[in-house]
Ligand binder design. Sequence first.
Ligand code: ZN
Length: 180
Amino acid sequence: MNCCTHCGHPTTAQIPPGDDKLRQVCSACGNIHYENPKTICGALVIWQDQVLLCRRAIEPRYGYWTLPAGYMELNETMQQGAERETFEEAQAYIDTEQLYCLYDIPHIGQIYAIFKAKLQHGRFGAGTETLESRLFHKDDIPWEQLAFQSVRQTLHHYFADREQEHYPLHLETLYPTVNE
Ligand SMILES: [Zn+2]
């Protein structure tokens, strides 16, 4: 059961006047609970010719490798979010270079903003949500143990773009896959 965030009374699914989508509407105070996609900020962190990946210490996809990334907080920019998450998950400071991949993932209501960044001083660690962090050469990427399609896609783009030494922004929509 859903409850109103304002008054605590039960909500019901209705299409409000002038709207065309089902919303949870409070039966007592009429408050409409809009749900919108969440933004996830992360970083593709490079050191020399290696990329930094973190092995997840949390569900979903416990034990799988991911880019440092997480939900954007209020009062921060996407870039600040990416840098904060990189520090929280990989204990790494980075020099952010550019917005690199922007993924719409409509079936789970998420937007992924991945920045390309350089690792500072080659130093990193493992935060509380990370089992271990590691730098990977292209040939060592654990493709079968990547946590998310967004991670796979970003790494594919990076290694392809690196051949051309040109890193355009990739704006794409990701659709459901068998694994996720
Ligand atoms: Zn209410």
